[in-house]
Design a protein around this ligand. Structure first.
Ligand SMILES: *[C@@H]1O[C@H](CO)[C@@H](O)[C@H](O)[C@H]1NC(C)=O
Ligand SMILES: *[C@@H]1O[C@H](CO)[C@@H](O)[C@H](O)[C@H]1NC(C)=O
Ligand SMILES: *[C@@H]1O[C@H](CO)[C@@H](O)[C@H](O)[C@H]1NC(C)=O
Ligand SMILES: *[C@@H]1O[C@H](CO)[C@@H](O)[C@H](O)[C@H]1NC(C)=O
Ligand SMILES: *[C@@H]1O[C@H](CO)[C@@H](O)[C@H](O)[C@H]1NC(C)=O
Ligand SMILES: *[C@@H]1O[C@H](CO)[C@@H](O)[C@H](O)[C@H]1NC(C)=O
Ligand SMILES: *[C@@H]1O[C@H](CO)[C@@H](O)[C@H](O)[C@H]1NC(C)=O
Ligand SMILES: *[C@@H]1O[C@H](CO)[C@@H](O)[C@H](O)[C@H]1NC(C)=O
Length: 302
């Protein structure tokens, strides 16, 4: 009895601490366009579309628009006005940088630049806030992680060459037990697990394994270097290749207390292993990933 009560108290404390952590972790600041800021983007409107794809917007988050005062501004507008680039009568207009907007409800938000032809030239951003700060982010660091290769853009021949996947992998720390998810169009791509020399030379003989249907979920079972490419045509030479380093197990952290009962506390009576949540850790790397992606897009266009 006494131990049960003690456990309950520990449970309540744990939940309270988790709730506080969530509150502080909940409010993410999204700097629109990252280092590029808010301007007429070199690659056109797709630039901000791609940027938005790489974010997860949650109620309570803040959007920050950085721009040059006088040359730029930012207006929050309706969906109609967004589509037609109509800057008459916006919902709100901010002319001083940084312009901050708090995302206070679920739903779609639309922003445009009202100067000259800026909106028509691509200075426009649509985002979708789909979730409240939930209990999901905090248990993330525990179990194995799932990484979606190339994020929303998937597994394809990248416009900027192999640099694209190098950038994606940069700063991620892959652990034994983590899963890579390759998303691609069936019949136009595949995933080949290969040796280092095949990765380097893009020869097609000597593949270790081939996955032909999407999504290809590949669990990293051994530590060390892992190499991926594809058997299609010249795709490997054009940069559809990924090399990663995998270190020891992701389940190294032992449970801090309670050796007897495997966590009877907490409202989640559900499944054992937490679902893989890749967004929380990878969110931090989206910034530099996006910046490099912009460079890739720019190369592609000019
Ligand atoms: C632009 O929006 C204003 C205000 O909502 C509206 O009166 C006007 O007709 C719109 N212009 C165009 C070209 O759609
Ligand atoms: C807007 O957000 C930025 C970055 O979080 C912060 O430095 C700045 O003080 C904020 N400005 C206003 C007016 O809230
Ligand atoms: C925003 O998300 C909601 C719910 O997931 C979805 O129904 C809606 O189509 C999305 N809107 C856009 C513009 O993606
Ligand atoms: C790959 O290329 C390197 C030099 O670029 C060469 O030394 C090596 O033998 C090649 N390996 C294979 C398997 O062709
Ligand atoms: C793969 O092909 C390359 C050239 O086509 C050849 O040099 C190499 O020896 C081959 N490797 C294997 C393991 O067959
Ligand atoms: C690829 O094919 C598999 C097996 O036929 C199917 O389950 C999967 O949904 C397909 N994926 C896509 C992206 O079409
Ligand atoms: C592959 O991973 C994705 C993303 O985690 C998941 O939705 C899908 O069900 C998985 N598919 C298989 C066959 O495990
Ligand atoms: C993996 O790590 C080793 C040692 O740090 C390094 O030499 C190697 O280049 C790395 N390989 C990849 C694919 O990052």
């Amino acid at each position: 009895m006494a131990s049960t009560r003690g456990l309950n108290r520990a449970a309540i404390l744990a939940i309270a601490v988790a709730a506080i952590l969530q509150l502080t972790a909940a409010q993410t600041t999204h700097t629109v366009g990252d280092a590029l800021g808010w301007l007429v983007p070199p690659g056109g409107a797709v630039t901000y579309t791609v940027w938005a794809e790489l974010q997860t917007f949650t109620v309570g988050d803040i959007l920050v628009f950085n721009f040059g005062d006088g040359d730029q501004d930012v207006a929050k507008v309706t969906k109609e006005a967004f589509k037609t680039c109509n800057s008459t009568d916006p919902i709100s207009l901010k002319t001083k940088s940084p312009a901050n907007f708090t995302l206070d409800t679920i739903g779609e938000y639309y922003f445009i630049g009202t100067k000259d032809e800026h909106c028509k030239l691509g200075q426009k951003l649509a985002i979708n806030v789909t979730s409240y700060p939930g209990p999901s982010p905090s248990p993330a660091p525990k179990g194995p992680s799932t990484y979606t290769v190339g994020e929303a853009l998937g597994w394809f021949v990248p416009p900027g060459g192999s640099f694209f996947y190098e950038t994606w992998a940069y700063d991620k720390s892959f652990k034994v037990g983590d899963t890579l998810v390759f998303n691609f169009i069936n019949g136009t791509q595949d995933v080949a697990v290969v040796t280092e020399s095949v990765y380097k030379n893009c020869t097609k003989n000597n593949t270790i394994a081939i996955y032909t249907t999407s999504p290809a979920n590949i669990t990293l079972e051994t530590a060390g270097e892992h190499f991926f490419t594809t058997t299609y045509d010249r795709h490997c030479k054009l940069g559809q290749k990924l090399a990663i380093n995998v270190t020891g197990s992701s389940t190294t952290s032992p449970p801090p207390s309670s050796p007897s009962s495997p966590s009877t506390f907490g409202p989640s009576a559900g499944g054992p292993a937490a679902p893989p949540i890749s967004s929380a850790p990878s969110r931090f790397f989206h910034g530099c990933f996006f910046t490099s992606l912009l460079i890739a897009i720019t190369f592609f266009h000019y």
